[in-house]
Write a protein that binds this ligand. Structure first.
Ligand SMILES: Nc1nc2c(ncn2[C@@H]2O[C@H](COP(=O)(O)OP(=O)(O)OP(=O)(O)O)[C@@H](O)[C@H]2O)c(=O)[nH]1
Ligand SMILES: [Zn+2]
Length: 337
């Protein structure tokens, strides 16, 4: 089943709540909005002609269909964006990508986070807080599962050398950039301009600092890394969608501490480990690649980084024995940003 088929399965309503196509009104002429925030049933949408910001609510006919940040929606009613106006979201256009996660590995309920973004920018500080490759691997799995291109952004390169991390991920074909506060951001701009990018990373890695550097006037609160724990305080509480000066969007999510992958098929985890995938082709049929799997080729293979095998197996173990997760009822999505 292709990714798009799966999205179709994911989006299919439980009951037929919409009128059949031939009875449905056509919204071809309605304004198209790009959802930039959602808050208790109110959505803020960006409408290109006129560069206007329109507040909208879901039309009843959408039923339980979820509307999340990044969705492209058809707007009916008063879509002027003038003060006090309220439009109605009458249709959600098919999503090209869907970033989702489960809250953690013990909670396999999947939560859609962002629709239609092309790129997942995995922001990792080379020091303070110390980088964790396990988290990078998780984000890579999430990016490939979503159909998004991953970009590794290594920050705080004034504090340590980014090469050890680059030497792991560059050979895997993961694009990367190195940055530091106050430094030249042109390489990062090149990767971000005219794309819709979601920033993810631990609290304190420097996401707000990056956003302020990229978008003059973005004016994000910049937190202070807690000296005692080395962890950032969660200073950015709500997701922000910001427009890049030369085109493109940045969606800044609050510091994500865990990024559960319980909703992801174990077979898909290996997508983030192309260095191991080739070796695993020599495994016995149906090999689970876990520590106890008999004759797993990952045990013996020469020239394979044991750390990489260990990280892969930790991800496998974190979701061992899991059945296919239940799809979350869209009306109760709490996590969408
Ligand atoms: N040395 C150094 N410090 C940095 C750099 N970038 C950011 N910092 C500092 O790291 C701390 C955290 O930066 P933020 O930009 O608030 O981090 P964040 O990822 O937005 O954190 P949350 O808002 O908690 O998600 C601040 O004290 C920044 O000044 C850098 O390149 N080098
Ligand atoms: Zn195996």
């Amino acid at each position: 089943m292709s990714r798009y088929d799966e999205e179709a399965r994911y989006d299919r309503p439980k009951r037929r709540t919409r009128p059949r196509t031939k009875d449905r009104p056509s919204y071809d002429d309605a304004a198209t909005g790009f959802v930039i925030t959602r808050d208790r049933g109110r959505y803020t949408c960006w409408v290109e002609p006129g560069d206007r910001v329109v507040t909208a609510m879901k039309a009843r006919q959408l039923g339980r269909k979820g509307v999340i940040v990044g969705d492209l929606v058809k707007l009916d009613g008063d879509a002027s964006g003038s003060e006090g106006s309220l439009a109605r979201i009458v249709e959600v256009l098919p999503r090209t990508t869907l970033l989702r996660r489960s809250a953690d590995d013990d909670d396999p309920v999947e939560r859609p986070l962002v629709a239609n973004a092309d790129q997942l920018v995995i922001v990792v500080a080379v020091a303070n807080p110390e980088p964790r490759t396990g988290l990078i691997d998780r984000f890579l799995v999430a990016a490939y599962d979503a159909g998004m291109r991953p970009l590794l952004c290594l920050t705080k390169t004034d504090l340590a050398d980014p090469d050890p991390l680059l030497s792991i991920y560059r050979p895997l074909g993961v694009e990367s950039v190195a940055t530091q506060q106050g430094g030249d951001l042109s390489a990062l701009h090149e990767q971000l301009d005219n794309r819709t990018s979601v920033l993810v990373g631990h609290s304190g890695v420097g996401k707000s600092t990056l956003v302020n550097g990229l978008i003059p006037g973005a004016d994000r609160a910049i937190g202070v890394v807690n000296e005692v724990t080395g962890r950032g305080r969660h200073t950015s509480v709500t997701a922000l969608v910001l427009r890049l000066p030369d085109g493109g969007w940045i969606i800044d999510t609050p510091g994500i501490r865990s990024f559960g992958l319980a909703h992801i098929d174990p077979d898909k985890l290996i997508l983030a480990f192309p260095d191991l995938a080739e070796v695993a082709e020599d495994c016995p049929r149906g090999c689970t690649h876990t520590e106890t799997a008999p004759d797993c080729a990952l045990d013996e293979a020469e020239g394979v980084d044991r750390e990489r095998v260990a990280s892969f197996r930790r991800l496998l173990a974190s979701r061992e024995g899991r059945e296919s997760p239940p799809a979350q009822q869209e009306s109760t999505q709490q996590e969408a940003t």
